[in-house]
Design a protein around this ligand. Structure first.
Ligand SMILES: Cc1cc2nc3c(=O)[nH]c(=O)nc-3n(C[C@H](O)[C@H](O)[C@H](O)COP(=O)(O)OP(=O)(O)OC[C@H]3O[C@@H](n4cnc5c(N)ncnc54)[C@H](O)[C@@H]3O)c2cc1C
Length: 266
């Protein structure tokens, strides 16, 4: 069976005719068919009393690629075109695309932050007026109902950023737990320091009481002398015991002043 064509190209729009043209350059034979009665697909233009009219709507050619630009200029010439769009909203004209001047025209704001706040509040209102939107976003993002609950209780305006707020909350929670644990550990450390200080103060108090009690001993002895409860011989016997005790203690003390255990005496 003889093949008359190498390719059958369905459609005669820009894409298909480009393919057919390139294949022909490579020596291939193409059959181009289209259900419409003209070439060009959607960019097709008609002549209406000397004016070129885009039959299927206006087309603007964009490219940053010099190769493409040179290629298309081999077949057609282009009209210079400047796009100026203005929106008519409720009888007032606004610049498009949106920029700070559009926001100034709408709301009289001059700072991006002010515009952002108004947009946020309008989004919030829109969500509140259409509660179904929340479930739709949650389902679209594949978040579970637990996460949806977290989202609602945090910030409705956040839901369209699409981040997993549930995971974010868990991280926040973990960080908060860590901070609480650190704070508790710090509290325990501070309590231990305070307790140590209390014990030191208590020891000082006890020492003061002992010193006070010792200071009363000579007074008590002179009182005992006066009242006849302590005789001169009793006094000398006590002094002897004291001297004996001191002697034993000084013998027991190590010569180098260290605190090592003394050898047994007597
Ligand atoms: C109103 C409008 C404005 C646009 N503005 C721009 C613009 O400014 N800039 C831009 O880059 N693009 C624009 N586009 C898109 C533009 O149309 C495409 O980029 C370009 O035309 C696509 O070329 P194409 O060959 O892929 O498809 P098309 O131009 O759609 O051509 C496809 C052709 O295939 C034919 N066809 C489809 N199926 C069959 C079949 N089964 N049997 C036989 N024939 C078939 C169709 O009839 C059609 O002629 C616009 C589109 C529209 C509708």
């Amino acid at each position: 069976m003889k093949h008359e064509y190498d390719f059958l190209v369905v459609g005669a729009g820009l894409f298909e005719v480009t393919i057919a043209y390139r294949e022909k350059q490579h020596g291939k034979k193409c059959l181009v068919i289209d259900k419409r009665s003209h070439l060009g697909g959607n960019v097709y233009c008609e002549d209406a009393e000397g004016i070129t009219v885009h039959k299927y709507g206006p087309h603007i050619f964009h490219t940053h690629d010099e190769k493409v630009w040179n290629f298309v200029n081999r077949f057609v010439s282009f009209n210079r075109f400047t796009l100026n769009t203005i929106a008519n909203y409720k009888g007032k004209l606004y610049n498009l695309p949106f920029n700070m001047y559009t926001f100034y025209q709408m709301w009289g704001v001059t700072q991006p932050e002010e515009a952002r706040r108004i947009i946020e509040s309008q989004r919030r209102e829109a969500v509140m007026e259409n509660p179904d939107f929340i479930s739709k976003v949650v389902l679209d993002k594949g978040l579970d109902s637990g996460t949806a609950f977290e989202i609602l209780s945090i910030d409705i305006a956040d839901i369209d950023v699409g981040k997993n707020i549930g995971a974010g909350l868990q991280i926040d929670q973990a960080e908060a737990d860590l901070k609480i644990a650190q704070a508790k550990a710090e509290e325990r450390r501070a309590m231990a320091v305070a307790r140590e200080q209390e014990m030191k103060a208590l020891a000082q108090e006890m020492k003061a009481k002992v010193i006070e009690a010792e200071a009363n001993v000579p007074l008590a002895m002179s009182e005992a002398f006066r009242s006849g409860n302590l005789g001169v011989m009793d006094y000398y016997r006590m002094k002897n015991i004291e001297a004996d005790t001191q002697m034993r203690e000084s013998i027991a003390k190590p010569a180098d002043g260290s605190k090592k255990k003394p050898d047994k005496i007597g």
